[in-house]
Design a protein around this ligand. Structure first.
Ligand SMILES: O=P(O)(O)OP(=O)(O)OP(=O)(O)OC[C@H]1O[C@@H](n2cnc3c(O)ncnc32)[C@H](O)[C@@H]1O
Ligand SMILES: [Mg+2]
Length: 175
């Protein structure tokens, strides 16, 4: 079974491989461009990005299943900015399942820069004095002191996608 992942970001591809073992599945990573902004600013926009990535990837690769994972931020009721993450799994028959991941508040100084129009990836590199945080531990890794990194967080989402899909397909088994 072929699974197309709508990204080239290794943290996301590794998360898919952790849930869908390569002995049973062929994982194809595919660069796609969702229509959402590069820095989604709400749960709705982030989820839409995940669904578009999954849909674009499954079409582009003619795969059985497409998976999209999208990172974003949202503004909480008290005005603070939080990290959010969403995932979507689609198949060629039109089944769509979605799942949301970890949510943590961002430090005020990071939130201010996002309000000013900067992308989280750029802000995180400056904040952590690191290069390419987005492709390594991620914002969640930096802000949890390494307790949960970006791959672990997305792996949790992919497990929820896979489990929901299996539940919906009933007779669909791990093959
Ligand atoms: O190649 P893609 O799949 O696009 O991977 P990405 O790292 O750009 O990740 P997203 O597009 O899903 O995330 C949307 C934006 O949010 C930021 N972002 C989200 N999660 C992040 C993280 O854990 N660490 C750093 N930046 C993050 C980053 O600025 C992205 O441009
Ligand atoms: Mg991106």
């Amino acid at each position: 079974m072929n699974i197309a992942v709508g990204t080239k970001n290794n943290t996301k591809v590794k998360a898919v491989k952790a849930a869908f073992h390569e002995a049973h599945y062929t994982i194809i990573s595919s660069d796609v461009q969702p229509s959402v902004s590069k820095q989604p600013f709400s749960d709705e926009e982030t989820l839409q990005g995940a669904i578009e990535r999954a849909t674009l990837a499954v079409c582009k690769q003619q795969a059985h299943i497409g998976i999209g994972l999208e990172g974003g931020v949202f503004i909480a009721q008290n005005g603070s900015i939080w990290l959010c993450n969403w995932g979507a799994l689609v198949d060629r028959e039109g089944v769509v399942v979605v799942a949301g991941g970890a949510r943590i508040p961002l430090p005020a100084e990071i939130g201010e820069q996002l309000r000013g129009g900067k992308e989280l990836a750029e802000v995180m590199d400056e904040y952590a004095n690191r290069c390419d945080v987005r492709s390594n531990e991620g914002a969640i890794g930096i802000l949890t002191n390494g307790a949960i990194d970006r791959t672990t967080m997305y792996t949790h989402i992919v497990h929820m996608l896979k489990g929901q899909y299996e539940h919906q397909k009933k007779g669909w088994t791990d093959r």
